[in-house]
Design a protein around this ligand. Sequence first.
Ligand code: UD1
Length: 389
Amino acid sequence: MQKKIHLIAAARPNFMKVAPLYHALKAADWARPVLVHTGQHYDVNMSDAFFTDLRLPEPDIHLGIGSGSHAEQTGQVMIAYEKVLAEHRPDMVIVVGDVNSTIACTLAAAKITYKPSTGIVGTGNEAAVHRKILQRPLIAHLEAGLRSFDRSMPEEVNRLATDVLADVLWTPSPDADENLRHEGVDPGKIVRVGNIMIDSLEMLRHKIEELSVHKEIGLPKGGYGVVTLHRPSNVDNPEILKTLCETLGRISQRLPLVFPVHPRTRKNLETNGLLTSLAANKQLFLLEPQSYIRFMNLVFNCRLVITDSGGIQEETTYLGIPCLTMRPNTERPVTIHEGTNQLCRLEEVEQRAEAVLTKTGGRRPVPEFWDGKTALRVVESIKRLMETA
Ligand code: UD1
């Protein structure tokens, strides 16, 4: 009998993590992947465009939750997903990344009880703790173990809580394994599989390379920077946001900047009367959020990235493109030690950008297991877990 495996997709950074795994599971005759979209991101260009680019079908189940406060969003996903769990009784629930829907679905799955007793028996090293019939689905976290050690970030709270509850922890890098071991996690639960986002990038490399989005904008290859900013710490405080806009304005006089604006950021720019002057700058190109292929094409051909995103720190490291991360910390230290990433305070970013532009640097090797084969390693891990089911 095929194993029913729920893949939880919720917000933009989740889609490129879920897609390679969905395709790999679809190719396995023993697995039945079921796509569950919680609806946390719902705009066409924050969600549907990614499904199209990543060749994902319409979600099998759509919870339609949408925006709200943290508790509202998390609670509503839990309530809706608990009903789905009770009805569909998946063998496994796979959550990815660190968004509110990740912890919400983990919590719902950890507390559900299937009656009468049914479930899976684990086997192999990583399932050492599951050698008993579970009356709920097995919970697996893809991109486990990342830590910023900053609990003021909602994502850090989501990561910590998810990793405590998940039965299997698939990690992208050795620092993640180390974090989990320090937290006392049973080493049998930790499986290093690598960085799943690199699978998406390699899967779509030819499509990404076919485009020249910079030409549509009128910019030369390598002659512009890409900006993305959406963290509450950067965009929710009007003073910080104003200084950020002024700083980007000055940097753009040195290097034109392309800035696809996240809905949260656009809303705050509008509310604080900053959007008009930003848009009037002829060296700064404000765009709507871009689809995966178009955005990656912009990154492939740029000179520099300024961001507060998690995933872009990794993609730039993989591509060897300098990245200035506007955050005091990162849960992805491997991008600094082994990659092209630098953490940057607001008052430093101009100087750092200048330093990047005057420097020519050699490529460094990419971190281990960032090779486009992570989905296959995850499928192998699932297969081992399911073998005796
Ligand atoms: C969420 C994630 C963050 C991730 C980011 C990527 C959490 C806690 N945060 O932050 O980790 O890096 O997604 O984008 O889960 N909005 C729209 N249309 C949409 C989605 C959002 O207009 O399709 C607006 C809504 O007004 C919403 C706001 O953007 O209130 C923020 O969305 P939300 O999902 O709450 O958080 P993000 O800032 O996107």
